[in-house]
Design a protein. Sequence first.
Lengths: 480, 486, 508
Amino acid sequence: MIAWTIYLTFLGAIAALLLPRAYARCVALGTTVAGCLLAVSAFFEAGDFGTLHTIVRVPWIVPLGIEYHLAADGISLTMVLLTGIVAVSAVLFSWNVRERENEFFFWLLLVVGGSYGVFLSADLFLFLLFYELVIVPKYFLIATWGSTNKAYAAMKLTLYSFLGGALVLIAFVATYVAGGSFDLHVLSQVHFMPQFQAWVFPVMFLGFSVLAGMWPLHTWAPTGHVAAPTAGSMLLAGIVMKLGAYGVLRIAMNLFPEGFQMWRYPIALLAVMGIVYAAAVALRQRDLKFVIGYSSVSHMGFVLLGLATAQALGVAGAVLQMFSHGIIAGLLFAVVGRMIYPRTHTRFLDELAGMNLSRAIPFAACVFAVASAASMGIPGFSGFVAEITILLGAWRDYPLLVIITGAGMVLTAAFTLRAFSLAFLGGKAESTPLKCDPITPAEKWGAALLIVATLAAGLYPKPLFDHIMPAVLSMHWLKP
Amino acid sequence: MNYLELLRLISPEAVIVITALALLGLQFITPRARDFCFPKAALGIVAAILCVKFVLPANATLCGGMIVITPLTSLFKIIILLLAFFTVLLARDNSFTRHPCEYLAIILFATVGLMLLVGSQELLMIFIGLELTGLSLYILTAFNKSDILAVEAGLKYFLFGSTASAFTLFGISLIYGMCGSTGLEEISHRFSTESAQPLLIAGVVMTLAGFAFKIAAAPFHLWAADTYQVAPIPSAAFIASGSKVASFFVLGNILLVGFRSADGAMWQRFDPAWFPLVAIVAALSIIVGNVVALAQRNLRRLLAYSAVAHAGYTLLGLLATGAEGFAATLFYTTIYAFTLVGAFGVIALVRRETGGDDIANFTGLVKRSPLLAACMGIFLLSLAGLPPFAGFFGKFYLFTAILHSGESHAGRFLVTIALAGSLVSLYYYLSVLRVIFVDQSPEEAKTPAIQMDAIQRITLAILGLAIVILGIFPDLLAALITNALG
Amino acid sequence: MITLLILVTLTGAVAVSVAPRGMARLLALIFNAATLLLALGLWRGFDPMTGGLQMIDRHEWIPAIGAQYLLGVDGLSLLLVLLTSLVFPFAFLAQKADRTFCSLMLIMQASLYGTFTTQNFVLWFLFYEMSLIPAFLLIKIWGGANRDRAAMKFFVYTFLGSVGMLLSFLVIYRSSGTFDFAKLAQTNVQGRLMDVLGNSTLGFLAVWLVFAGIFVGLAVKIPLFPFHTWQPDAYSEAPTGVSMVMSGVLSKMGVYGFIRLLLPLFPHQFHVLGPWLLTLAVCSIVFSSLAAWAQTDLKRMVAYLSITHLGYCMLAIFAIDPVGSNAHVDDTAALSGVFIQLVSHGITAALLFYYIGLMEERRGKRGIADFGGLMQCAPLFCGWMGLALFSFLGLPGLNGFIGEFLIFKGSFGLAPVAGTVAVIGLLVTAIVLLRAIQALFSGPVAKSCEGFHELTMRENWIVLPFSLLVLWTGIAPGFLFHVINITVVQMAYYGADALQFMTAQFPR
């Protein structure tokens, strides 16, 4: 049933492309809502979330033994749910796109469909197909509807993604050659030689971590996110960066536990570097969207730290952080890209400071306040639960890194607060607020959806934990 | 063996030859031949396909390998005929010549040459096919007598080609001298029993040089750029597609049947005396092709250099050796051929409307004709190796084949180069696509839709769809090839 | 019951934010009335004869990381809840407030209720942090001239402190497997917490680091010297209502944290660091009172004096040596003093900020030099304000006296040297306040104050109940003692051996 998220989205993409302009956005909304509902219903269905259940498995390309194999466990369901939520809000926040809407929603839905596919694949070739499928739509979204430096940013992002995909491809084929199959179930039973794992794991990890925005391979992310149109940034930071981390967890760590053990200290170190460096750089940015772009890199550092702990708690925290940050990043980019920029035509903090935005668009100020709180890791929002779980997992093996991460959290609070103060609360109270169009219903609904999601996950994370923990615990190579 | 049997075995070639002669005759009979020749040619090709499917036996060998019929050769004869069919469709827009019937006839002769190439396992017959194809293609390149660039390209092609043929012939004779036969099977026996003598190696090298020329592999690629850029579009399309497919097929035959080793089993691993050579050629092609393509301003010239690179990728499959490697090679070159035919089809239409085929002529194509833009997008992205297009699986198949084969060190090195090359190629393909989809043409007002008739629309749509479908269900073609390989 | 309290407040926050514009403050006050009733109901339901936690609310929340939804009150918590319920309506009445203002204040109120009643660290941290953003926004949007810096400083200091606390508690959880205060106290009682922590990665360094983390986090909140530099800016730049709430209730979170969190868990550290901590407290008292002497801005003066008053509380807490001494009577005195001082300081500080707010409203400025001879034009005002000022000073008969007296009684017994030096603080406070009274009230009417009018009827009615409370608590504090007695006794007598007041009636 959940496989229909993929099919529906692709059908919707084609429909959006071919139907008349007026219908494009309705089709897109219908498709994403349907996908989200499917994801929600699959998420709340009772079941055994610990094992990877096969949904579809048919032979596909016989000469290489490739199968069309979809499977899901608790972690996949969580990520599919995330995709559903962010997709719906991305469409809502793109409701006012007036230029070439057919193509816009076509590319958008392709990204969403590809992401669904990645999270549900259980065959290496299929995984790679969906993973690379997402690359070209990203390029066109940014190059056609983007803003600052869009041609350069789009090309950089695409080439980096392709580079990551290439590394992953080498690793996948090497795995096939050593393991004899492309199927995840079969491969997870194979025990690979430690010397083999010693080089395959880092290659695969590097390939995935490019997309996950690991320092120092992250430079495409701020440029790309800033240049992308709102929906593009939301999808990029919200979902696509998670594809890389998911790949690390599902494939790299799963198939090569010994290789992972060999390399996890450097990974943890790089992750923390990412957290602190990105936060420090964000503190110096003049463009609000750049601040958020760097904050994405910083938060993804948390995910990688969680994965590097090799402990059940840490990895569960990483998955939770993927979910949480997806929503929060979506919210932040939505406010900047859709609520602020079209009304103020500038994203520079010093210019925004004079516009008295808290009077002009109080709804946006509220939403951004909530988003900032969530981003800082204030309890009550999903970020806190995720971060605390990751830190709990990380303490045993990396106590020093935990302390440094604490410093990173303070930096995060500082830059988020700076951005919020300058953007909304700068300027004198008496200065005339900017005359702005009112906030549209679509924006309100989109923001509401994301805020409810992050609050629900922060106040009552038990359903998420119930899905994630069994799946993580069934990864027998993790220490509990 | 009576002549009826013989006729049966060469019926497809015979049909094509008759069609060609009929076309040549037609132009003398009626002045309105221009209108009839295309349907006639198309009909002839379809008849030949039907012959291959229904008249040919499943397996046959004639005269010590001169004519060999196996499921694989039949499959590839059909593919070549299909490519010729599309070329004929492309040639309907024949403003470059006053003698379309001759033009078509020569295309058909080239087709015959390709079919002979494919259907033989004997060096002399291969040479005949090579020469027939080559001479026809030289003429096709220079067919537009009023375009001096085309004539120059044709001359270059001819000179290069003749030299290469000379090398090939010399190599073949050396091999004959050392092995005592020109049949690939016998040669392989000799290879397995005798050690590698210098003359034999020289023969191998020279033969390979000739074929490397044919597939436009570096450093034998210098003719390709001019030919692709200035030859009449149907000629260029045919050179890029049909000639490539057949050449790879034959190269594979020679390397994997002829120069194989002691084990003697079909398509199996063997003593790779020629391995380092081909590996270097492949690596060089990938690097040179991609790097030089970065600098191109003309789309056809860009496609030429990318053809060099793709020749490099395809050679990886041959380097993999074995059934898997050969299947990968054949798969990739087939989809590549159809992609190029489609790309040239788009270029033809744009050239007709805008008067040129520089990349700048494609600005804003998406507004003028969404179908053409979409098709070009599909073709270029398939060339770049991105899903869900056939090129993605093609490259994946090639890389899997070579890493799966025994040569893992060289294999890793080559795959890395290939992926790096793909990364570079993605850059220039995306640049072209950006021009097509994103850039606005300066004269916004004057962007009339591009006129196409139904046949052109349907053809391009079919080709585009085929690439997408083969990308999602590559088994359709891959299984055919693997089964035919046996 | 407690959950209801918090929920009502949060509902109020939401309702106020969507209410029609003019109704915001009225609606907030209605909700506050409801919470006050609920708090009184809690008081009625509270059995002062039994020790331990009462009115326990307990649910599973995030089992994977040991976070439990656990609320309960004992004497101290109840007192602080009542204080919150009183100060907030007062703050609402003190200034005009629009929707956002009311909404943010109600969120802070909810977070305070939560902080004072939770028994599980994750929940505690949630409520603790919940108050940060509203406070920041309140200062930043409605504050005075220097509000940007003040707000940012406040936030960064407090956040830094809370990150330290978070990390420390994560370590504790990792080592002991629970976030529950009661369980942790019990673990400690059995001597295992130190061992458990000592077994963690950093060895015994871990214990000290953890202690330092929590200590800093709480010390920032009180504030304790030398982590206090954010406070004068924040209190003076904040609008009246916010200053009242911050000094009245928010600062109590820190002291409460010391008593509830730090003392039961790290008695050994308190024992070892005793002299140093006492020094800190004394410095806090003395320096801040001297600094108050140097202030010309009334609000800053009261802010510094707040530090002094809370310094007394810290003096008492640090003087209690849970491990070493056996002076239980002194311990009892000191602890009672702390509790009473918390309440009385809360009310008095709120009153003072209210009066200063009134003065600023009438005159436009709030420097000591800006006023003179107010007694002549507004005698009633001076009377009420004088009451509050004298209570702040510690005049017997008013509520400030009880707390200070008990604190010093206890401290002299437990740490005579520190107590003696701390008397300087008392002295300087008296000087500062008397000087203020003289400058503001007596003497000829200053030219600028001619327009200074008397308290209006409405203001009178607002001030009356609180001033009465000041008097009543000063004269007959028995009702307060009644509430806290058992708690104090249990804390003092059982000390480090067994904080059974937490475990006595705890259903498993």
